[in-house]
Design a protein around this ligand. Structure first.
Ligand code: DP6
Length: 342
């Protein structure tokens, strides 16, 4: 009799409006600052993971987008699996599946490692799928997702999520909490504009380490700006105040990239097209007489635009006028995503 068990889940990406950048502990992935993000719906950009556990498997293996990875050297994945098994054992000590090796298959339906939060979707999906596989319910999985990739802890909930840095050296208070759910601001949309699908040259992990050790601006950001912005962003979300929300989002993205450029050697994530996009958004807002569109850039050149639904058509039409057809195609490059978790 085949005793193997299998679970499949999908998980969304999240786009930070106050960015996480810098760690106080590299192994436990504890951040130096709080961050806030919006979780996108899973219908367009997501990771899908299938895990099976079987007494017949001789080793744990994983495949990402059909290509086998090296599990033995993947310390983060090993740490996540070890921690999940420990939790599962505490809940049901007799679960024999905990002794079995795993086969893990994950696919992203968007460019992997191009600064589009692929690790956030991937690790939140890994953790959630393992929880299904081992029957773990009613547990806060965010500190375990965090062990895979910091931003992953914000993808386990819909709506807006606040990841608190915590102060404990062991990290138990570094958890993500939902500020409001996916139905809270129904008019909000995110456009993901892929300007370059190539893998980024400096990973987030290396970029944040370099920035925190060499940038002088970085301390100012962490000590002064981020705490104030976290408070202001929570207020803007609570009031559904798009103007404040959008301005804080753009300012925080700009400051995060300024710190990256202040690293030595500098980490350059935004491209000329990214800068043009930012200028277009500012021009658009000036024309409109108010902030109704906001850009944000993660560790890559691709643009995430937060805006209200009533603005989408006008903004996308305007964008098409700026970018020639070979650089812009509504079907392929721009997707309007209602911000919710399904
Ligand atoms: C710019 O979560 O990818 O997207 O914890 O080292 O895996 P690691 O980094 P990661 O960093 C994401 C950085 C960011 C900002 C954010 O999502 O808050």
């Amino acid at each position: 009799m085949d005793e193997s068990i299998t679970a499949t889940c999908i998980a969304p990406i999240n786009i930070a409006v106050i960015k996480y950048w810098g760690k106080r502990d590299d192994k436990l992935i504890l951040p130096v600052n709080d961050s806030i993000s919006g979780t996108l719906s899973t219908d367009q950009l997501c990771a899908k993971t299938t895990i099976s556990a079987s007494p017949t498997y001789t080793e744990t293996k994983f495949w990402l987008n059909g290509i086998e990875g090296d599990y033995k050297t993947n310390l983060r994945m090993k740490n996540v699996i070890k921690t999940m098994k420990k939790l599962a054992k505490k809940k049901s000590p007799k679960n024999k599946a905990l002794k079995w090796k795993l086969h893990i298959c994950s696919v992203n339906n968007f460019p992997t490692a191009a600064g589009l939060a692929s690790s956030a979707a991937g690790y939140s999906c890994l953790v959630y799928t393992l929880a299904q596989l081992y029957g773990i319910e009613n547990e806060d999985l965010t500190p375990i997702a965090r062990l895979g990739s910091g931003s992953a802890c914000r993808s386990l909930d819909g709506g807006f999520v606040h990841w608190m840095k915590g102060i404990s050296p062991t990290g138990e208070d570094s958890v993500a909490v939902q500020l409001c759910d996916e139905n809270y601001w129904p008019e909000l949309r995110v456009l993901i504009i892929v300007v370059n699908e190539a893998k980024k040259s400096v990973s987030s992990t290396n970029g944040m380490s370099l920035t925190s050790t060499t940038s002088e601006l970085f301390n100012y950001r962490i000590m002064k700006c981020v705490p104030e912005r976290i408070r202001a962003m929570k207020k803007a979300i609570a009031e559904r105040n798009f103007k404040d929300f959008g301005e804080l989002t753009m300012k925080d993205s700009n400051q995060f990239h300024a710190c990256c450029l202040d690293a030595f050697p500098p980490c350059v994530y935004m491209s000329d097209v990214s800068h043009r996009m930012a200028a277009i958004v500012h021009g658009y807002n000036k024309n409109a007489g108010e902030t109704c569109v906001a850009y944000t850039f993660d560790a890559g050149p691709n643009v995430c635009v937060y805006l209200l639904e009533k603005e989408v058509r006008r903004f996308v039409t305007m964008l098409a006028a700026f970018f020639p057809c070979d650089a812009y195609d509504e079907g392929k490059f721009v997707r309007g995503i209602p911000i919710k978790y399904l």
